[in-house]
Ligand binder design. Structure first.
Ligand SMILES: NC(=O)c1ccc[n+]([C@@H]2O[C@H](COP(=O)([O-])OP(=O)(O)OC[C@H]3O[C@@H](n4cnc5c(N)ncnc54)[C@H](OP(=O)(O)O)[C@@H]3O)[C@@H](O)[C@H]2O)c1
Length: 277
């Protein structure tokens, strides 16, 4: 998938992003993240979604080195921690720190993890992100957990609009309004918690749909996000699930699309800063 930044002069800093990847949130045991990333790379994943807040950027970096794969064949997303999103200089400092922890020359996609709590910090933080982009430290920049109001406000201070808005999206939380606002900003939706953090994989309606299709319930949810046009990043630390999840890409859910859409119930599995002022 192609991502880019809308500017008053057209699209800038175009970059290819693998539409499927591994999320590494809640891999807090030492070595868990490194092992999961190595398993995923072996299974064919080419995109890893980490964050400073997950405390495992260093393990992502170690796994990439140990895999022996070319850096250019892989895509790394990481995020500026919300508590660090306080000003221009702080962004520069923490971007450099993430580069060091990941042990890489560049980050493919750098996201503001959530709208800075102090709204006066939002413009200088984004200016810092744009500086990182112009320096080549990061190949693309974006936001996460930004709602329509946050995105709209960016038009007044952004030179480069975000390439991506990473938000919770899954069959139980389809967010048409937020989806449209993201696309209107020129950004792609990146679906986090595609399995609603695992809360919904045993949902009897989902299980019935999976049986009709002939795949697993998790594969239905993941492929739904993917076929809806989202960059999709399920998390698992278990080898068999890491393999099962990427195999979703070969599953055809088209005959059950309406039934999957009907699972919508406005269910937020984690946090939702998109509605904050
Ligand atoms: N920007 C943000 O604010 C934000 C917030 C949340 C998440 N994220 C990102 O999005 C990624 C994914 O979201 P998430 O980790 O919240 O949740 P998720 O991917 O929706 O679900 C992960 C949970 O589902 C289980 N699971 C995975 N594959 C499964 C399968 N095939 N069958 C049954 N259960 C399965 C996992 O357990 P096992 O590990 O034991 O398999 C884990 O408990 C994160 O890792 C992170 O990178 C970003």
């Amino acid at each position: 998938m192609r991502i880019s930044h809308s500017t008053s002069d057209g699209e800038k800093f175009e970059h290819d992003i693998p539409q499927f990847g591994l999320g590494v949130f809640l891999m807090s045991e030492e070595g868990e993240c490194k092992k999961s990333v190595l398993t995923a790379l072996e299974a064919g994943y080419t995109h890893i979604d980490t964050a400073r807040a997950y405390n495992n950027e260093h393990e992502v970096g170690e796994a990439i080195k140990e895999s022996g794969m070319d850096r250019e064949s892989l895509f790394i997303t990481t995020k500026l921690r919300r508590g660090h999103a306080t000003g221009f200089d702080e962004v520069i400092e923490h971007c450099q720190k993430s580069l060091e922890l990941l042990d890489t020359d560049y980050i493919d996609l750098y996201l503001v993890h959530a709208p800075p709590e102090n709204s006066e910090h939002r413009a200088p933080v984004w200016k810092g992100m744009e500086y990182c982009l112009e320096q080549g430290w990061v190949k693309s920049i974006g936001v996460s957990n930004y709602g329509p109001t946050h995105l709209e406000a960016m038009r007044s201070y952004a030179t480069y609009m975000p390439s991506v808005n990473q938000v919770e999206f899954n069959p139980w939380l389809q967010r048409p309004h937020l989806f449209k606002a993201t696309e209107d900003a020129g950004a792609k939706v990146m679906a986090y918690s595609p399995l609603a953090r695992g809360h919904k994989v045993d949902d009897p309606e989902l299980v019935a749909i999976a049986e009709k299709i002939g795949c697993t319930p998790a594969q239905v949810a993941i492929k739904f996000c993917y076929d809806s046009g989202c960059i999709t990043i399920p998390k698992s630390s278990r080898t068999e699930r890491i393999v099962e999840n990427i195999a979703s890409l070969d599953v055809d859910i088209s005959s059950e699309m309406e039934a999957i859409k009907a699972l919508e119930c406005d269910y937020v599995s984690g946090w939702d800063p998109t509605t904050e002022p």
